[in-house]
Design a protein around this ligand. Sequence first.
Ligand code: NAD
Length: 505
Amino acid sequence: MSGHTENLAAAGQFLRRFADETTGHFIDGRFEVPTGAETFDNLTPVDNSTLGRVAQGTAEDVDRACEAALAAFAEWRDMPGAARKKLLNNFADRIVERAEEIALVESMDCGQPIRFMKQAAIRGAENFRFFADKAPEATNGQSLYQDQHTNFTMRTPVGPVGIITPWNTPFMLATWKIAPALAAGCTVVHKPAEMSPLSAMILAEIAHAAGIPDGVWNTVNGFGEVAGKRLTEHPAVRAVALVGESATGMHIMRQAAATLKRVHFELGGKNPILVFDDADFDRALDAVVFMIYSLNGQRCTSSSRLIIQNGIKERFMSALAERVANLSVGHPLDPATEVGPLVSREHFDKVMSYMDIAGTDGANIAVGGVARADLGTGNYVAPTLFTEADNTMRIAREEIFGPVLTAMTFDTEEEAVMLANDTPYGLAGYVWTTDTGRTMRLAKRLEAGMLWFNSENNRNLPSPFGGMKASGVGRDGGDYSFDFYMETKNVCIAHDLHTMPVLGR
Ligand code: NAD
């Protein structure tokens, strides 16, 4: 990736077609903008100007996509795993070929700094390769032997699935959800977030170019309340995977109830990072800064609650405040930028509202707390640090989803656990300590689907990814993904040795 000016020029080239032509849908192997389709403007967080018009998918558009996915299902299900593996690896190669385009378009569409988006395409390709390799074994099961019977299990794909994704890291998350569905043998209807539709269209183009059969991959753009809702209600769709807000998960559970769909939710978080007096000070400081201020704080696993032990509080907080004040906020295509603009004006207003809420609640705004209007008309917020907070305050309870950290203190391990768990959410938790016994105690007691000790969020594709409580239902990753996208069937075969129960002889 080059300098800011070169990035701007290259992004301009890649974005031109989205400005010239309405971004539509990809249904049954065809790119289309339905006649008379209503459209909406896709604004860039950089200055809130439009990047182009996007079609608003209707219930009828979603119906056609679901019917295409249903029609394509049997052939895709019955394709040998090795053939699916080849296609998905081909898909990954094509992602890598378009990596620069994906990174630049994604940065301009959702405001994430290019320093992080550079990896988005590569990680997306890794997701495809990982699940491609697992495709041939996806149907494998267990052998469960009894003296007079043998049971074995096999897995079969559930059918067409709906995949609904958010705007924070749209490309990476779409590949993370869609790759295992395809590897399992499911066909897909994808509904990308309305605020970041562009990289989803690039993905659909790659699907087409990679030879994924017509109808196996469909993309319908539009709003959650219309296109997303219909996708969760369509009778042909057997399962719905959502990455989004907890409230959206609740809506979808209701919407999908009438057709008894299987649901998988990766939702919000208010993740604690516990720093004990015995922690490696420098590494803990790096992790605290990275896990909330990277990706604009628009990250489900961001550590938005710092819970720090009183012994090191003073030294740590003063070093932290210095680092936060020093973060480089700017245009997402500038390689020096560490924090970019928030995805939309609406989201910016929501994040900014917590600056007042912090004051009303009685917290201290140690750093930031203001908009960065000096950077232009984009959605720029100064990285913010709230101190003197407690767990009853809204800034400690609600997911702000911006570059905003709420800090509070504790004396004992017991108190730290109580504070960490006192939240409606349970996605991730981070702990910094050099005490092994404490590590083991906290691993058991902290209520979160994923815990990282002495580490930032580390990606391991076979590991289970997901949350407890209001943070989600189900797990992704490795075989966990196949458990969602596949039915497990038990087959029982008698050895002809057992006594048959006899009636009516
Ligand atoms: P959102 O819930 O507003 O939207 C997510 C998707 O759901 C969008 O495509 C939207 O159009 C669709 N949608 C909205 N209402 C719907 C409905 N009634 N029926 C069907 N679809 C509907 O979330 P967002 O604001 O785009 O993303 C941010 C949220 O996502 C945050 O809460 C964040 O924590 C969460 N997130 C979670 C994870 C995770 O792995 N746990 C990862 C990334 C983001």
